[in-house]
Design a protein around this ligand. Structure first.
Ligand code: FES
Ligand code: FE2
Length: 380
């Protein structure tokens, strides 16, 4: 039941449309929080590397000769050329421009005419280190040298995922067309995440989803910089979403939100674990990127076909249902009469509760250096 003293006013509309806010988010959130870089299997051998970026800041991750995973800014200290593209295998990082080369530990290895030229001391010319850490088999990077390690920033999440989804430790990168997926949505990244964090729209907005899952009996937990949502399945093999094999498939939905813009879920269907990252492109546009893991071997002869049906349902049914809401809400945020929405927080009727979304917003305000309503209340 909603308590009368709870904060019920949602994040102000300006946070979804202001270019100044977006510039601040880049500095305070995306350049200070953990962002996905690659899956561990992409760095299997020494010398394997993967190039990536955070809001235009180019980085690469590499496994060095001692099997350590390292990350560096993808820029040559000589004149600023990009060092590597895509992914590959190398014994040394060689800049394409003037062929300076660097060892995988970041130190300068070779420079032409070094003996006869006036050049800086070798140890001053090295690659700039970026923080790297791991959650499950996902490798993350962080541009903030002082950032908390993942185990402290998202405490308890790895253990909780392993406890709730005990099979995922053996899962590998998926082979189906849906293994890596990207959707470009004309809505602010937070509108997209808000939509994931509440299920008040599910019963009428996602009829097939609500036939497969028992949305009325879902639960959630709010933790530091994260939230966990569990929706038990209705255990109907023939439901309106896609067929389930009750002997071999998962039937429930587990979803973790990891601040600021990452989700991990195990959905009903053949064994799966999906990592999402919402990458803002501007105030009113963001890419929802995802990567899907699956069992190393099919659990049964029909598994791949069911996996495909699940992916097609996500792409052709669930996603369009949400996107129409997202586009309309983005337009709503810039209407002159709308300055701030409302939260519905109902601890007894979780289906209707927007408490996870409010937790996201309060965490957001804290990281942005604004006083969150919750903190203000605690101080009173
Ligand atoms: S810019 Fe890289 S070697 Fe010159
Ligand atoms: Fe939705």
């Amino acid at each position: 039941m909603t308590q009368p003293d709870e904060n019920l006013r949602a994040l102000a509309a300006d946070y979804y449309i202001s270019p100044e806010v977006f510039a601040e988010e880049r500095e305070k959130l995306f350049f200070k929080c953990w962002q996905y870089a690659c899956h561990i299997s992409e760095l299997a051998e020494p010398g394997d590397y993967v190039a990536t970026s955070i809001q235009g800041q180019n980085v690469f991750v590499v496994r060095d000769q001692d099997h350590e995973i390292r990350a560096y800014y993808n820029i040559c200290p000589h004149r600023g050329h990009k060092l590597v593209e895509g992914s590959g295998q190398t014994r040394a990082i060689v800049c394409p421009y003037h062929h300076w080369s660097f060892s995988l530990d970041g130190s300068l290895r070779h420079m032409r005419k070094r003996e006869t030229s006036a050049v800086p001391a070798q140890k001053e010319v090295c690659l700039k280190v970026v923080r790297v850490d791991r959650l499950l088999d996902f490798i993350f990077i962080n541009l903030d040298p002082d950032a908390l390690p993942i185990a402290e920033f998202w405490p308890g999440i790895e253990a909780q995922v392993r406890e709730k989804c005990p099979k995922v430790g053996s899962y590998v990168l998926g082979e189906t067309a849906a293994a890596i997926h990207e959707v470009d949505v004309a809505a602010n990244w937070k509108i997209q995440i808000d939509n994931y964090l509440e299920c008040q729209h599910c019963r009428h907005g996602h009829i097939s989803f609500s036939d497969m899952l028992d949305i009325n009996n879902q639960t959630y937990e709010l933790t530091k910089n994260a939230a966990y949502n569990f929706i038990p399945g209705n255990r109907k093999a023939d439901n309106l979403a896609y067929p389930l094999d009750l002997e071999h498939d998962e039937t429930d939905l587990h979803f973790w939100f990891l601040f600021p813009n990452i989700g991990i879920s195990q959905f009903a269907g053949p064994g799966n674990l999906t990592l999402f990252q919402w990458n803002p492109i501007g105030t009113d546009r963001g890419l929802r990127w995802s990567i899907n893991l699956e069992p190393p071997e099919p659990t049964d002869p029909g598994m791949r076909a069911r996996q495909e049906k699940r992916a097609i349902w996500g792409r052709d049914v669930l996603q369009p249902e949400d996107i129409s809401f997202l586009l309309s809400v983005q337009e709503g945020m810039s209407q002159r009469c709308f300055d701030q929405g409302w939260y519905i927080v109902d601890w007894e009727n979780i289906e209707f509760s927007e408490a996870m979304m409010r937790h996201f917003h309060n965490t957001y305000l804290e990281h942005m250096g604004r006083t969150s309503p919750a903190a203000a209340q605690a101080a009173e």
